[in-house]
Design a protein around this ligand. Structure first.
Ligand SMILES: CC(=O)N[C@H]1[C@@H](OP(=O)(O)OP(=O)(O)OC[C@H]2O[C@@H](n3ccc(=O)[nH]c3=O)[C@H](O)[C@@H]2O)O[C@H](CO)[C@@H](O)[C@@H]1O
Ligand SMILES: C=C(OP(=O)(O)O)C(=O)O
Length: 428
């Protein structure tokens, strides 16, 4: 594990373009298993989750050509390779669970472990995925490790799960696209990355209605064709760099087409005193007042709550917490998604921040702190590494974030991009 060493107090400024969204490219790449034809993906980020997934496909005989400089990946799967029924799923990444549906469709029977955990945010259950596979006719033969058998024919299914799960929705979308008849998912997740998967599958011949809403109706088409698709820019990376620049007092312009996904995100950042100039294809930082916006209702504690889209994303809550430690007012953060996503907050005390973890879902950050540099331990949570950097980079002096490697899973060339913009950050 490597550490990030940060010398805070230097403005992050200039112009940047974000990379492709990890949580879009991973399901898009898994969905390439649904066709025997060639698929080309553009704007593919250079991240370690993609390296793992590509290595998995290559171990099964798939032909992959990756041009890292051009951010392009071309893939064609070998049908015989996937006849091997054991799926040694790549470890340490949640997206491994996205292999289940397309690998079942290819193999007819699958033996797999259930360690598709990803970031240490809580239990990361697999049940919603298995329920969806069962709804389409798959039979669970044994558990731990799990063995599953496909039906003779996948028939369309109607499902209304407990909650809107991103990856379970993506499992449904892949299954329904090739099953016979019409399938309906109520309580579908609608994140930009879920939309991107749908849009790619439509170019492959899938018939999907309700993209971007909580109800997806999909008419299966049996066979999908190859395609060329572009991974959308990462709205998490856009928001992250804007937050980092703003807390350093730098004027940063981030050029991207994902502005239409950013309205609520910028509004929540606005509660922390961050200001932005918004154009159609760019967002620029415009200062940080450090003041927390007080609600008109005087009895309320200001709050930022994360929940499934179109709420503020859980994957941006830590970065907002990193901003809040430098504010003057008090504010509550409410993670309605994960039951174990805030335990790391004690690390913020080392910077001199005052925080109170009310329960596993809610954290109060008190304002008016005198921050100091610190040596902190990052958990295995990508966005928390970044949150600790947001705290460190606003404090003059040298801080160290231990075990910062998870950042490589989602933020390509993170240190290189930051140093090009004036930050003093390096790996050790
Ligand atoms: C590869 C990938 O795309 N990973 C993302 C995906 O993970 P993932 O698909 O695993 O996340 P889910 O949407 O399933 O939610 C994660 C967990 O939160 C809990 N839960 C969630 C929603 C809800 O209304 N009620 C509830 O209890 C469940 O315990 C669930 O297991 O979506 C998460 C939530 O946006 C993101 O943090 C992850 O980066
Ligand atoms: C939580 C994340 O990833 P994963 O779901 O793979 O753990 C993330 O991208 O922030």
């Amino acid at each position: 594990m490597a550490d990030l060493v940060v010398e805070g107090g230097f403005p992050v400024a200039g112009t940047m373009r974000p990379s492709g969204n990890k949580n879009a490219v991973l399901p898009m790449l898994c969905a390439t298993l649904l066709t025997d034809d060639e698929v080309t993906l553009e704007n593919v980020p250079d991240i370690s989750d993609i390296d793992k997934l590509v290595a998995y496909f290559e171990s099964k005989g798939s032909k992959v050509h990756r041009d890292r400089a051009a951010h392009r990946l071309t893939i064609r799967h070998d049908f015989a390779g996937f006849a091997a029924r054991e799926a040694e799923l790549p470890l340490g990444m949640r997206a491994a669970v996205l292999l289940l549906a397309p690998a079942m469709i290819r193999t007819g029977r699958l033996d797999f472990d259930t360690e598709a955990k990803g970031c240490a945010l809580g239990v990361r259950e697999i049940d919603p995925h298995l329920e969806i596979l069962q709804a389409f006719g798959c039979r669970i033969l044994s558990s731990h490790p799990c063995a599953m058998e496909a039906p003779d024919v996948y028939r369309g299914a109607r499902i209304w799960p407990d909650y809107a799960s991103v990856t379970a929705t993506e499992t449904f979308i892949m299954m329904a696209s090739v099953a016979s008849g019409t399938s309906v998912l109520n309580n579908a997740a609608s994140e930009p990355h879920v939309q991107a998967l749908c849009e790619m599958l439509v170019t492959m011949g899938a018939r999907i209605e309700g993209i971007g809403t909580s109800k997806l109706t999909i008419t299966g088409v049996g066979r999908l064709s190859g395609t060329k698709a572009t991974v959308p820019d990462d709205h998490h990376e856009v928001a992250t760099f804007l937050a980092i620049a703003a807390v350093t007092g730098g004027r940063l312009r981030v050029e991207s087409q994902v502005g239409h996904h950013m309205e609520l995100i910028l509004r929540q950042f606005g509660k922390l005193g961050l200001a932005f100039d918004v154009e159609e294809d760019a967002i620029t930082t415009a200062g940080w007042s450090r003041r927390v916006t007080e609600p008109f209702t005087a009895e309320l504690l200001p709050k930022i709550e994360a929940a499934p889209w179109p709420y503020f994303p859980a994957d941006l809550l830590p970065q907002a917490i990193g901003v809040a430690v430098g504010c003057q007012g008090d504010i509550m953060f409410w993670n309605k998604v994960y039951e174990g996503a805030l335990g790391w907050s004690a690390e913020l005390l080392k910077f001199g921040a005052r925080v109170h973890l009310s329960d596993p879902h809610r954290l109060i950050v008190f304002g008016g702190n005198t921050l100091r540099p610190a040596v902190v331990e990052a958990p295995y949570i990508i966005r928390v590494v970044v949150a600790l950097l947001v705290a460190a980079i606003q404090v003059p002096g040298i801080s160290r974030i231990k075990n910062a490697d998870p950042i490589r899973r989602a933020y390509p060339d993170f240190v290189e991009k930051l140093t090009a913009l004036g930050a003093r950050v390096h790996w050790e």
